[in-house]
Design a protein around this ligand. Structure first.
Ligand SMILES: *[C@@H]1O[C@H](CO)[C@@H](O)[C@H](O)[C@H]1NC(C)=O
Ligand SMILES: *[C@@H]1O[C@H](CO)[C@@H](O)[C@H](O)[C@H]1NC(C)=O
Ligand SMILES: *[C@@H]1O[C@H](CO)[C@@H](O)[C@H](O)[C@H]1NC(C)=O
Ligand SMILES: *[C@@H]1O[C@H](CO)[C@@H](O)[C@H](O)[C@H]1NC(C)=O
Length: 355
C-alpha cells in the first residue's frame, strides 16, 4: 500500500522508490518468533519471526506508526513512533548481523516509516471512498523449520479487516476487501522491482536473520523453568458445588498441560484460563473444575511441562479440603454439647437426690 504513491506521482525519483521498497526489509527482519511446539509432548523447533506494524491516521496532520517484533512468544524488538531508533529488547536481538548491517537496517526503516506515512496520506487524497480516521496493521515474517525450509507471510489489514497479502510473487487482495483495493493492488503489482525485493526479503533475508537470532538467543530461548502449583477454593461456585482451582506458575517455555484428574481419568469439565505472563518472563495459568460439594474425593490436579521431564506434578485435593475440617469441628461441637447437657442433667438429678 505504501508503494502506491511512487506510481501516482510520476515525478518521484527512482532512488526514492527503491529506498521505499527497501523499507520492507526492517520490518521483515524484525519479525521473528519461535513457536516452540504445538503439542504438549514433542518439543518442536518451529520458529516464527513476526513483525507487526500498527499505523493510525487520525486526520491529515496526525498519525503515528509503531512496530513490535516477536520470535515465538518472546518479544525481541520494538520501535515507537516517538523514537528514531529501533529498540533491541534482548542482548541477542541483532542476531548474527554486524553493527554495520544493523545501522543500514535502521536507516532503511527510518526511510520506510516516513514514506509509508506520506504514501497513505496521498492515497487518502486520491481515493474518494477513503476517509480519516484510518488504522493499518501489517503482519510480516517467516517461519523457519527444523531443516533448511522456511515459509513466509505478509498480510495487511485496513480498519481491522484483512485486505491484502503477498503470495508467491505478487500482492493479492482478499475476497472481502473493498473495491478500491483493486486500484491499490494494481499500483503495487505494477512495480516488478519491489515485488522481487519483497520476495527476496521474505524468502532469504528473513530466514537468515531468524537463524541468527535462534543461534544468538539459544540460551534464553531454550531455557527451562519448572512450574510450581498450588490449589485453592474458587470464589463463585454454584450452590451445592465446589470450584477447585489449580494454579500453575513460573514455568517456561509457554506450552503446558494441566488437567483435573480422577485417578487416570481426565476430568473433561476442566476449564483452562489463558496463559498469562509473569513479570519475570515466566508464565502462569489456572485450571478450574466445578464439582458437587460431596464429590471431591480423589480429585487431583496434574501438570505436565517440558521442564519436568516425566515427573508430572500431582496435587490431591483431599486432605487439604477445608470441609473436612468443618466436619471435624462440627462433630466435636456436637459431642461437646452432649457432654455439657449430660453434665447438667446429671447435676440436676444429683441435687434432687440430695434434697
Ligand atoms: C511446523 O509448523 C508448520 C506450520 O504451522 C506445521 O505444518 C508443521 O507440521 C510444523 N512442523 C513441526 C515439525 O512441528
Ligand atoms: C487531528 O487529530 C488529533 C488527534 O486526534 C487532534 O488532536 C487534532 O486536533 C486533529 N487536527 C485536526 C486539524 O483536525
Ligand atoms: C510520529 O512521528 C512522526 C515523525 O517523527 C511525527 O511527525 C508525528 O508527530 C508523530 N506522531 C505522534 C502522534 O506523536
Ligand atoms: C541447507 O543449508 C545449507 C547451508 O545453509 C545449504 O548449503 C544447503 O544447500 C541447504 N540444503 C537444502 C536442501 O536447501
Amino acid at each position: 500500500m505504501w508503494r502506491a504513491k511512487s506510481k501516482v506521482l510520476t515525478s518521484e525519483p527512482r532512488a526514492m522508490q527503491t529506498s521505499r521498497a527497501m523499507g520492507l526489509l526492517p520490518c521483515l527482519l524484525l519479525w521473528l518468533f519461535p513457536r516452540v511446539w504445538g503439542q504438549s509432548e514433542v518439543q518442536q523447533k518451529n520458529s516464527t519471526f513476526r513483525c507487526l506494524q500498527i499505523s493510525s491516521f487520525a486526520n491529515s496532520s496526525w498519525s503515528r506508526t509503531d512496530f513490535v517484533a516477536w520470535l515465538g512468544d518472546v518479544q525481541t524488538h520494538s520501535w515507537s513512533n516517538a523514537s528514531d531508533t529501533i529498540n533491541f529488547l534482548k542482548p541477542w536481538s541483532q542476531g548474527k548481523f554486524s553493527h554495520q548491517q544493523i545501522e543500514k537496517l535502521q536507516h532503511i526503516f527510518q526511510v520506510y516509516r516516513i514514506s509509508f506515512t506520506r504514501d497513505i496520506q496521498e492515497l487518502v487524497k486520491m481515493i474518494p471512498s477513503l476517509h480519516y480516521p484510518g488504522e493499518i496493521q501489517l503482519s510480516v515474517g517467516c517461519e523457519v523449520y527444523s531443516e533448511n525450509t522456511s515459509e513466509s507471510f505478509y498480510q495487511a489489514a485496513f480498519q481491522g479487516e484483512h485486505v491484502l497479502s503477498f503470495q508467491g510473487t505478487s500482492f493479492q487482495k482478499t475476497p472481502g476487501a473493498p473495491p478500491w483495493m483493486e486500484e491499490v493492488i494494481k499500483v503495487l503489482n505494477g512495480d516488478q522491482g519491489t515485488r522481487e525485493m519483497i520476495q527476496q526479503l521474505l524468502d532469504d533475508s528473513c530466514p537468515q536473520f531468524v537463524r541468527g537470532l535462534l543461534e544468538a538467543g539459544k540460551p534464553e530461548l531454550e531455557k527451562q523453568e519448572k512450574p510450581v502449583a498450588w490449589l485453592s477454593d474458587g470464589l463463585s461456585p454454584r450452590k451445592g458445588h465446589k470450584q477447585l482451582v489449580c494454579h500453575v506458575s513460573g514455568f517456561y517455555p509457554k506450552p503446558v498441560w494441566v488437567m483435573w484428574m480422577q485417578g487416570e481419568q481426565e476430568q473433561q469439565g476442566t476449564q483452562r484460563s489463558d496463559v498469562l505472563p509473569n513479570a519475570d518472563g515466566t508464565w502462569y495459568l489456572r485450571a478450574t473444575l466445578e464439582v458437587e460439594a460431596g464429590a471431591v474425593a480423589g480429585l487431583a490436579c496434574r501438570v505436565k511441562h517440558s521442564s519436568l521431564g516425566d515427573q508430572d506434578i500431582i496435587l490431591y485435593w483431599d486432605g487439604r479440603d477445608s470441609s473436612v475440617g468443618i466436619i471435624i469441628v462440627a462433630v466435636l461441637a456436637v459431642a461437646g454439647l452432649l457432654v455439657f447437657l449430660g453434665v447438667i442433667y446429671w447435676k440436676r438429678h444429683s441435687y434432687q437426690s440430695i434434697q
